[in-house]
Design a protein around this ligand. Structure first.
Ligand SMILES: [Zn+2]
Length: 239
């Protein structure tokens, strides 16, 4: 694994507003504490989400962007970018790979955090088709697109974006995590970030307890002991 001292920039790529907050906001808060620059790239505006549909899709998209900005701020992230793909219909297309590769070349991250492209048969929630599509496109953008100067040559020729090699990817939502981050010191900030998605979670009774018990269970799985909280990842070496 990449040593902490070699992680200066992190890019978190997700399908929907709130995915980053469920998957990795605690780890992100700890990165920000250490002075790491973190960028969020959100592929859709989450315009098909939400339970109370008093807004049309355009209104929901605007609301969910605002909620994601507030959630990011709660863990110290101010660079949040949206690609505006339609929620619920994402495919791992060449266009999406190019759009993610572009941001990788702009941000030049050491580490990318992405969603697992394979279906989790132990727990279905992380395996939304948009998550799998964005996870697959992100891995393809990491290897080979972003590092190969001949891939999407317009990125170099028209936009001057040089090839960039991401050295490691952490996948969220998989069934076989092999790296756990103790987020106990950041669990309150993670919860604040999640609760910033008012349209998604405000109606959920016992939401804070649900979140805490889920991430406490991972801490136990990781062997961190009682009263601790953890996020889990599958690490992919991409150097
Ligand atoms: Zn999602």
């Amino acid at each position: 694994m990449l040593p902490d001292s070699e992680i200066d920039r992190v890019l978190v790529v997700t399908a929907h507003p709130d995915d980053a907050d469920f998957g990795s906001a605690g780890s992100v808060a700890l990165f920000v504490d250490r002075g790491v620059e973190v960028t969020y790239l959100v592929v859709t505006d989450g315009d098909a989400g939400g339970n109370e549909r008093t807004l049309d899709n355009a209104g929901m998209a605007e609301l969910r962007r605002a909620e994601q900005l507030a959630a990011a701020k709660a863990v110290g992230v101010t660079d949040v970018r949206f690609l505006g793909y339609p929620d619920g219909r994402v495919e791992p297309s060449l266009e999406l790979r190019r759009d993610i590769a572009r941001v990788i070349r702009q941000v030049r991250p050491d580490l990318v955090i992405a969603q697992h492209p394979e279906r989790n048969y132990r727990f279905i929630a992380p395996s939304h088709p948009d998550h799998r599509a964005v996870g697959g496109a992100t891995l393809d953008a990491v290897y080979p697109d972003a590092r190969n100067p001949y891939a999407f040559p317009e990125l170099l020729q028209r936009e001057g974006l040089e090839a960039w090699t991401v050295r490691e990817v952490w996948l969220t939502g998989g069934s076989t995590p092999d790296h756990y981050v103790d987020i106990t010191d950041a669990v309150d900030r993670k919860l604040t970030a999640l609760q910033a998605h008012v349209s998604q979670v405000a109606h959920v009774e016992g939401f804070a307890e649900f979140v805490k018990s889920r991430f406490a269970a991972w801490a136990e799985e990781a062997g961190f002991g009682e009263g601790r909280y953890a996020e889990g990842f599958q690490v992919v070496s991409t150097a």
